[in-house]
Design a binder for this molecule. Sequence first.
Ligand SMILES: C[S@@+](CC[C@H](N)C(=O)[O-])C[C@H]1O[C@@H](n2cnc3c(N)ncnc32)[C@H](O)[C@@H]1O
Length: 208
Amino acid sequence: MIDRAAIGRRFARLATDAAVRSPILWKLFRPVVRRQFDSLAPVWDSMRLEDTFAPYDAGLDRLQGPPARILDVGTGTGAGAIRLAQRFPEATVVGVDLSDAMLEQARRNTSADLKVTYQRADASALPFADGSFDLVAHANMIPFFDEVARVTGRGGHALFAFSSGAGTPIYVPPERLRQELGRRGFTDFANVQAARGNALLARKGDPA
Ligand SMILES: C[S@@+](CC[C@H](N)C(=O)[O-])C[C@H]1O[C@@H](n2cnc3c(N)ncnc32)[C@H](O)[C@@H]1O
């Protein structure tokens, strides 16, 4: 019997590794990844465990002040964006995703009193001006480092959280994150472990 879920997880890791190594390859993976998450959207919330966002929350605990402009990249059904808006009620939060089905569910999940908007966008070519955000957050999402560096303002932060650590289908080891981010002017790396997973928070430094 074919284990479709296992094949999907393997494909997600393959796409992650390829996009991190050669972002130009992403366009080959994009249509398949979009279809994969469109079909997962109706069940995505039911797949979440109690501690899925523990690493994300632990990374946010390391922020020194409240960010005002926040982007949640690969927001899926909006769980990260909603947490951010609840935690930082003064902030404006934007959640972006490739999958329309995920975004439809995210809108249904988000109460009208939260300052969250959702937009369809590809993380490899974000429709935002340079330095638009004080925090660029990722939960279980493929990082596109050039874009993260471009849209994060000076002194702002980038967060990368993986719910099941190295067992997360979409996973990038912390050493690789540090290497890629360090090369793009990020500093003050904080590695955190929480529940089954891990997160890395980094600050975008001032120009040399
Ligand atoms: C593993 S899910 C994580 C969703 C959510 N962050 C969570 O943890 O519940 C990855 C999400 O990223 C989206 N995604 C993948 N590649 C993307 C890209 N290049 N740009 C925007 N969204 C992307 C997928 O559609 C999917 O909703």
